[in-house]
Design a protein around this ligand. Sequence first.
Ligand SMILES: NC(=O)c1ccc[n+]([C@@H]2O[C@H](COP(=O)([O-])OP(=O)(O)OC[C@H]3O[C@@H](n4cnc5c(N)ncnc54)[C@H](O)[C@@H]3O)[C@@H](O)[C@H]2O)c1
Length: 359
Amino acid sequence: MDTIRVGVVGLGQGRSHLRAFQFLEGSRVVAVCDQNQPLAARVAQEMEVERVYTDIGDLLADREVDLVVVATPDHLHGPHAIQSLEAGKHVLSEIPMATTLDECKRIVALTDRTGLKYQMGNQVRYAFCLRDAQRLIVGGDLGEIFYGEGEYLHDMADIVSHRKADHWRIHPQTPQTTLLGGGPHAIDTLRWLMGVRFVEAQAYHAQQQSPWQTTHTTVAIFKADNGGVAKVTVSYGMVRPYCLYYGVYGSQGSFERSRDQGGATQETTNYFYHSKLAGASRMIPVTVPNWNNPQIARRHALGHGTMEIEQAQRFLAAIREDREPDIGPREAARSIAAGICALQSAQQGGGIVAIPTFD
Ligand SMILES: NC(=O)c1ccc[n+]([C@@H]2O[C@H](COP(=O)([O-])OP(=O)(O)OC[C@H]3O[C@@H](n4cnc5c(N)ncnc54)[C@H](O)[C@@H]3O)[C@@H](O)[C@H]2O)c1
């Protein structure tokens, strides 16, 4: 296949993906789209992109676009991914895949029917600090996994305090939810680390008011298909530095990430314990680069370090080699359905909700 031609819709976080595809050999960003015309024109000029659209329909009619990056507000990802697949484009979508089970099912069915590639972009699966741990855990080093914890702790005041009242993240009709906003970074990454699917969800929202329209803290419990249990906490209101925490516990050992993490380019500490160390009074600390892959030149690091670059590279390879993307439609749907079902549980006061399997 010749160069894969990319169009990016939504030019906030979309700019990170734009730079990633522009940086990589074998792809070229040929079009950008944002309903904010001055923003779209400015980004196109700065990033030397040929064509500018304000309506996704016009971008999708562009025959020179092979792959669409969907980076619009959360509630538009499902409709925009469906429209893009229907127009014959491959899709890399920001989290969440969609905000309804029906949209998730339609995306799975469309990729089955068309053979087009879809990936949900949870770049945290490409965080350098997690790759060795995941290989070790899924390779069986910690034995049978029976418990996991995932946390997305992000005081969103920095993101929402300067927004106008009608911004989608805080708009009463489209508020960003905990488990589908930052939540996929906790749920999808934890599922990947544990090597399981979640089959039942139960959750509670903290009832206190937040300064904006979103529920600020949710705790969810998931039953896993291997008989294990997982706990996920997502908080936009915790007064602490940003943190993506994971802990995984097996019959032979344990893995815990530090909660004191630093930024993308800093180092972080992971902790391991194994039954072979029986009696040792401390976990074994392993200091590793945090988000950035040190093999990718620092000058190319984007907003989230080098994670979007590796994600884009892997997705391009999946298209070229006609293989399942790392977070393909079913894998994405299993994580997002877990979030949707847990939100349903929290909204109804905490009952058990079965999660569809997407087999
Ligand atoms: N993976 C991550 O770590 C990460 C980080 C930040 C944001 N995100 C996700 O990226 C998405 C965008 O978030 P953001 O912070 O960039 O928001 P944003 O509000 O800054 O940007 C969204 C852009 O989409 C444009 N837009 C809205 N509706 C549109 C439409 N119908 N057609 C074309 N353009 C449209 C808006 O004009 C805006 O420029 C969200 O889903 C968010 O959750 C993910």
